[in-house]
Design a protein around this ligand. Structure first.
Ligand SMILES: *Cc1c(COP(=O)(O)O)cnc(C)c1O
Length: 434
């Protein structure tokens, strides 16, 4: 790996300076709401990022499932330049062709319905919450059930919807109308229904929660339950969607072998949709697509021509190059390789799970890993990833114990292999420390 290049060794003494300067800017001027690794990136190309010292990193985190076609994709650079020189923004009090075309593309990939555009995943979920409230308003129903360990964004309603206490702490009182039930447990959700319940919102694959995949029977059961009880079934595909699992949305992949039609009533999207250009979207099933009528919802930037041009190009790239098929094949191979590693280091690697190129490696808790015991307050995932950085590979922690791999879908097998070697060497190194 590049780290071991003699040239890089020569650069080591100068390493801290420019990095420190940036860190100092943050310490002084940027709200410290993120836990950051001490890396300052300057540019990217494909699956690689370069820091200020010119050190190259293989980006297996994909900016948290965002860069689906990699960094600085030439087709995206071109489309951004062309559209920016034509028209970046036009108010939603007028029309533009691109949001219309993008909405059509999304509807064709999901099912009959309509699309609302916004700028992020949290905002996409907000639109789903408002849809549910509007749907239930005449009957006085408003309550949305979500899963324990879920993640739905950082707005006030987003943290109320999120089934993790750590995001809510200090921000009480929570907006009313959200309750959490165990994931993949149909019985629990049936038991939890109240006369006020109006919708169920779940992720097809829990991302921040640590890569937990919804069972096919769970999804089918939820659909049946929602039909029976007149509830909206809402899917948060912000992280697991956008072709990452091999199908456009993760529930389509999870249910590909089952007979018959499964269609949710609403789907939120963001992360990979614009490959890093901010865009969020909500698909709403035809029956409910006109509930958010004129004046009921909006977003100044939502559906702006530049964001829509990028998202259309991302879809074109993925579909023309059949990257979703690669995601499926490479994902299967990656899981098999990681499982082989898990068997070798079962004390350290507790589980490996995923679908397509959305993969989680669950490590033992830091208290049980001698190499990590000096910092018991830090999870094993963050400590592991810090070691991985030294080998020139990036990954994303999910909670304290899960290391997430969310690489671009056009990563090559050779590049993934390079990442695997670094992961396995890191696991080996940690397991040897006592
Ligand atoms: C990232 C994420 C969100 C929030 O998206 P933002 O763009 O950060 O607001 C919501 N839901 C899920 C499942 C996510 O992974």
């Amino acid at each position: 790996m590049t780290r071991e290049d003699p040239i890089d060794k020569k650069q080591q003494p100068m390493v801290s300076d420019p990095t420190r300067r940036v860190q100092q800017l943050f310490e002084q001027y940027v709200v410290p709401s993120y836990v950051r690794f001490p890396l300052v990136f300057e540019r990217g190309m494909g699956p690689y990022l370069w820091d200020l010292q010119g050190q190259r990193y293989l980006d297996l985190g994909g900016g948290i499932a965002v860069t689906v076609v990699g960094h600085a994709h030439p087709r995206l650079v071109k489309v951004i330049q062309e559209q920016a020189s034509k028209l970046m923004h036009v108010s939603n009090v007028y029309y533009h062709e691109l949001p219309g075309l993008l909405a059509k593309r999304l509807v064709e990939r999901i099912g009959p319905g309509k699309v609302f555009f916004c700028n992020s995943g949290a905002e996409a979920n907000e639109a789903l919450f408002k849809l549910a409230r509007k749907f239930g308003s005449e009957e006085g129903r408003f309550e949305i059930l979500t899963a324990v360990n879920s993640f739905h964004g950082r707005t006030l309603a987003g943290i109320a919807a999120t089934g993790q206490n750590k995001v809510k702490r200090g921000f009480e009182p929570m907006p009313a109308g959200f309750r959490h039930v165990p994931f993949n447990d149909l019985h629990a959700i049936e038991e939890a229904l109240s006369p006020a319940t109006v919708a169920i919102l779940i992720e097809g694959i829990q991302g921040e929660g640590g890569i937990y995949i919804a069972d096919p029977d769970y999804l089918l059961g939820l659909r049946e339950l929602c039909d029976k009880r007149n509830l909206l079934l809402l899917m948060d595909e912000v992280q697991c969607g956008q072709y990452r699992t091999g199908c456009f949305h993760s529930y389509q992949r999870i249910l590909e072998k089952t007979e018959g039609q499964f269609l949710p009533d609403g789907v939120s999207m963001a992360k990979g949709l614009g490959n890093g250009f901010p865009i969020g979207a909500v698909w709403i099933r035809d029956k409910y697509a006109d509930l958010l009528g004129p004046g009921s919802h909006g977003s100044t930037f939502g559906g702006n021509p530049l964001a829509c041009a990028v998202a259309l190009e991302v879809l074109d790239i993925i579909e023309e190059e059949r990257l979703h098929e690669r995601a499926r094949v490479l994902g299967d191979w990656l899981l098999a390789e990681l499982n082989r590693m898990r068997k070798r280091f079962s004390g350290l690697v507790q589980d490996v799970r995923g679908l397509g190129l959305m993969v989680g490696i669950e490590l033992a808790p830091s208290e049980r890993i001698p190499a990590f015991q000096r910092q018991p307050e830090r999870g094993s995932a963050a400590q592991f990833i810090e070691r991985l950085h030294k080998r020139g590979v990036l990954a994303i922690p999910a909670g304290r114990q899960v290391v997430r791999l969310l690489p671009p879908l056009n990563v090559t097998e050779q590049q993934l292999r390079e990442g695997l070697v670094a992961i396995e060497l890191t696991v080996e190194e940690i397991s040897k420390e006592v």
